[in-house]
Design a protein around this ligand. Structure first.
Ligand code: PLP
Length: 404
């Protein structure tokens, strides 16, 4: 039977302390013990169900982690204070000094900066490759490699990773495949396709209200226990813990994710089709012109579409800036980084979210100056939005008027 991630979230049942329909929030940083012996056992990791200190775990964080593990079909999960607070501990847990990572070259700028500039200070080197070419990925693997790293749908170029193919490579070379699934929650389930670890920035679609940062690592019980180990766990010791109040609010938002993703995807599909028909260089995995359209289709779960992210190329940064400013003036969205909001968000990644990537490398990977990344919102009337966006483009001579 096909995996239905939204069912897995819905099938969890929580009650609050007094029978509330939402679980009670654990508004405490520390927990009492009835006996000193149990406290000792808990430190040693031998007292199931006991809470010690909220940097380690808290009931609220465990509820959210459990729901996200159900969504990604992994044994368990741990939530973190941000997406970067999930990515960095996982990589540091899986790799020691002298070891090596093979990463997609088109990834979120912050992850790229960590791998390129920070991890080498700790003796961890990364080879950046074109992740769509499995033979290039395999050629970059050395005896020191421990991790294959990619995003299911990459930020900002929307390249699609062949997760099954990468999982086979990982198995063959005894590596861990770590997949950042931030752009395609519900649509793609990387663990089902063989990924060992699935990461999200909860800041984006999953929380969906642009009011917090957050992250999650979904994986095996063994890995999550390692991350939380009081002696050498990277999540525990680097301290990127989510606050319990926040995890309670993210959990409430998670419950509408399936409805929101459908609307984000429907709206993005409509706009991408229209823009492409208008002759704009449009990239969206739902378009048959996307080089990995068939691959995405072969991996996707029913119902949630190809996601809310698309790009268009308007030729130059000046034009991109003019267009974004005009669209914001007309209240068609906000000139802002991030994604997954109810309102459309747009930015020029070359000068914002991917500015950590040097210009020549941006060019090599096809990240052009005039690229605008859209996170398409939940607009109730997307046809009206399209017509208003098109008017902006005609005014700025990005599109020719078709009026006679
Ligand atoms: N992964 C992807 C694909 C992202 O787009 C981002 C942020 O933009 C992150 C990770 C980092 O997440 P956060 O900002 O929550 O730390």
């Amino acid at each position: 039977m096909k995996f239905k991630p939204a069912n897995s979230i819905q099938d969890l049942q929580y009650f609050g302390e007094f029978g509330g329909v939402n679980p009670s929030i654990s508004d405490s940083s520390t927990y009492t013990f009835l006996s000193a012996k149990t406290m000792f056992d808990t430190f040693e990791g031998n007292a199931d169900g006991c809470y010690l200190y909220s940097r380690h775990s808290s009931p609220s964080n465990l509820y959210l982690g459990e729901a996200l593990a159900a969504m990604e079909d992994t044994e368990t999960a741990t939530v973190t204070a941000s997406g970067m607070g999930a990515i960095t501990p996982v990589l540091l847990q899986l790799c020691a000094a002298g070891e090596h990572i093979v990463s997609s070259r088109t990834i979120y700028g912050g992850t790229y900066a960590f791998l390129k500039n920070f991890a080498p200070r700790l003796g961890i080197e990364t080879s950046f490759v074109d992740i769509t070419k499995l033979e290039t990925v395999e050629a970059a693997i050395t005896s020191k490699t421990r991790v294959l790293y990619c995003e299911s749908v990459s930020n900002p170029l929307l390249e699609v990773a062949d997760i099954k193919g990468l999982a086979n490579l990982a198995k063959k070379h005894n590596l861990k495949l770590v997949v950042d699934n931030t752009f395609s929650p519900l649509s793609i389930s990387p663990a089902k396709l063989g990924a060992d670890v699935v990461i999200h920035s909860l800041t984006k679609f999953i929380n969906g209200s642009s009011d917090t940062v957050g992250g999650v690592v979904c994986g095996s019980q063994e890995l999550i226990d390692q991350l939380r180990n009081v002696n050498d766990g990277a999540a525990m010791l680097l301290g990127s813990t989510m606050d319990s109040l926040r995890s309670a609010s993210v959990l409430k938002n998670l419950r509408t994710l399936h409805i929101r993703m459908q609307q984000h995807s429907d709206n993005a599909m409509y706009l991408a089709n229209q823009f492409e028909n208008d002759g704009l260089k449009t990239v969206y995995p739902g378009l048959t012109s996307h080089p990995s359209h068939e691959l995405f289709k072969s991996m996707m779960n029913d119902k949630y579409g190809f996601g809310g992210m698309m790009t268009i190329d308007v030729g130059s940064l000046e034009k991109a800036n003019e267009l974004m400013e005009l669209m914001q003036e007309r209240n068609l969205g906000y000139l802002a980084v991030s994604l997954g909001f109810y309102k459309t968000l747009f930015s020029a990644p070359g000068s914002s979210t991917s500015s950590e990537i040097p210009e020549e490398e941006q060019m090599e990977m096809g990240l052009s100056d005039g690229l605008i990344r859209f996170s398409i919102g939940l607009d109730a009337d997307i046809e009206r939005t399209y017509n208003m966006m098109k008017d902006c483009m005609i005014e700025l001579n990005i599109l020719e008027s078709t009026l006679v």
